[in-house]
Design a protein around this ligand. Sequence first.
Ligand SMILES: [Zn+2]
Length: 66
Amino acid sequence: MKNMSLVQPPISTAQGFIKCDVCPARAMHESNFSTGSLYFCNHHFEENQAAIQLVAINSIQIGQEA
Ligand SMILES: [Zn+2]
């Protein structure tokens, strides 16, 4: 009866959210590069935003503040 076709995020924790690639915080932004994707919390997205915008194909918000 069950037809579960869940798309799993590449990085997730037991809490079910994607983790920042820099620290253990919850990722709020996904940035796509020609080489792959990186996930950032708000803090690290803002810290690296200038560099990300130079090289990223795009960046999307994937989470909201709790
Ligand atoms: Zn972070």
